[in-house]
Design a protein around this ligand. Structure first.
Ligand SMILES: [Zn+2]
Length: 480
């Protein structure tokens, strides 16, 4: 009885979905209302903000915000292709979270925040690739073009006075657009694969439409990933069928070079301490009498496999007992699912435990199943509050909280007393050959303050993003 009532109720609220021919009619009507049918290309400009993903200050929190002083997007629907040019400034004071990007010797920018000056960030999207197509469908007119191309299998339904149009492409991306009463696209959403967070919600929210010679375009665009903004644009100008935009993506599609296979090179940086090199960030292996400990599990599943293989090659009889995770940023933690898949316990700050258990180790990875998704295994997470010591009498490794660090809440650093060596992540970045920063970074000042507070006898500092410096270099960078 209860079941029958539910069915009747549901039927009253949601009309039966419309498919095929009728869906094509709905999509066509929206394309006419939006002016999409007349649109071959478009250029729009504005200002707003951009937020690098995976770089939140607080575990599971919003991505850090950078102001965008100049934004230009050019879309050529005939290829399809898109180019996005923006200038961002690091004007959060003090900066909180990551997003500095790698250090660029040509500009002297990156590595650490605050980043001085204008940061130019240009991206090209090739809509002939799977990921590129998804990005184009998440634009207001791009959605209707994608829906029209997939109209034969598209579904239309109504909810709360709005029309929902959904289509599935490449047999895996379910894209849903919401049309308002005026038949304007006010929201598009899908799920994309992010190696750290798995199937991740990706949304575009469009509002305050205006008319540009028969083409409707929103005055405000908000893109969100994982529930938090990644781009907000207050649109200043719109040029439908722009000649400049028609140039985007012309010529052959860019050659896709497969990524170089991961090949880890061990580099000894102290007695019993090795960098396991492959790009940045990297892992650091610490040798104990009967086991090894790896500090940092960056990047990806593939990197984790290669790192564990190198550890095994170096010390066939010393199993990896722990993976020490300095913080929750995606570049530093992208490989921790791989360690869980291998049964290696994760040591991290207590603030990350819940996020790792509830999101990182639980979120579905259906779009691109990694090893943990294919062979689920319960994670073992051991937490640190202020300090934890791992020792066997021959080697000692101290894990300390970098208290109140603005880069990441719950940031950990590692100290190896026998080597007077500190291992740090994202609190200092070497700037070889570059002019000093206009002012010492609060990230480096905080690091030095923590070393002083803990009375650690540090002589050299190994950086998870690469390189080893005398501690004096770090102290100088802190302006002390
Ligand atoms: Zn970071």
């Amino acid at each position: 009885m209860r079941r029958i009532l539910f069915v009747v109720f549901a039927a009253a609220v949601f009309s039966a979905p419309i498919v095929g021919q009728d869906a094509a009619g709905v999509i066509d009507a929206a394309a006419k209302a939006m002016g999409t049918s007349t649109l071959q290309s478009i250029q729009y400009t504005g200002t707003g903000s951009v937020n690098p993903t995976g770089q939140a200050e607080i575990t599971g929190g919003a991505w850090p915000r950078f102001t965008v002083t100049k934004y230009t997007a050019m879309l050529n629907y005939t290829v399809p292709a898109m180019r996005q040019e923006l200038v961002r400034i690091d004007d959060m004071s003090p900066p909180r979270g990551g997003g500095a990007g790698g250090y660029n010797p040509a500009t002297g920018q990156g590595g650490i925040r605050p980043i001085p000056g204008d940061i130019i960030q240009n991206t090209n999207v090739d809509g002939r690739t799977e990921v590129g197509a998804v990005n184009l469908w998440l634009t207001p007119h791009g959605f209707l073009k994608g829906a029209a191309a997939n109209a034969a299998t598209a579904k239309v339904s109504k909810a709360g006075g709005k029309t929902l149009v959904s289509f599935t492409a490449f047999s895996k991306y379910a894209v849903t657009g919401t049309l308002n009463a005026q038949n304007l696209v006010e929201r598009v959403e899908t799920k994309i694969d992010v190696s750290f967070t798995g199937d991740t919600l990706f949304e575009g929210i469009y509002s305050d439409y205006k008319d540009f010679g028969g083409v409707k375009f929103p005055s405000r665009l908000v893109m969100r990933q994982g529930g938090f903004p990644i781009l907000e644009v207050n649109v200043a100008s719109v040029t439908p069928n722009s000649a400049a935009a028609m140039e985007i993506g012309k010529g052959a599609p860019p050659a896709v070079t497969p990524p170089a296979p991961v090949s880890i090179k061990a580099e000894k940086i102290g007695e019993g301490v090795w960098f396991l090199n492959f790009g940045a960030p990297q892992s650091i292996l610490v040798e104990f009498k009967d086991y090894a400990v790896i500090v940092e599990g960056p990047a990806s599943d593939e990197r984790t496999l290669a790192t564990l293989a190198e550890a095994k090659r170096m010390f066939p009889n010393k199993p990896v007992k722990y993976l020490v995770n300095t913080h929750h940023h995606a570049d530093h933690s992208g490989g921790i699912r791989g360690y869980v898949a291998e049964g290696v316990p994760i040591v991290t700050h207590e603030t990350h435990k819940r996020y790792y258990e509830q999101v990182i180790f639980k979120a579905p990875h259906t779009l691109n199943p990694d090893r943990l998704a294919r062979n689920p295994r319960a994670p073992v997470i051991e937490t640190v509050k202020d300090k934890r010591v791992i020792t066997d009498g021959t080697m000692t490794l101290e894990i300390h909280l970098v208290k109140d660090h603005p880069h990441a809440q719950g940031l950990l650093m590692v100290y190896i007393p026998s080597e007077k060596m500190l291992i740090q992540a994202d609190a200092f970045a070497p700037r070889p050959g570059a002019a000093p920063l206009p002012a010492p970074s609060p990230y480096t000042i905080n690091l030095v303050d923590n070393v002083t507070r803990l009375k650690l006898d540090v002589q050299k500092v190994a950086h998870v993003h690469g390189g080893v410096d005398p501690y004096t270099t770090v102290v100088r960078a802190a302006g002390r």
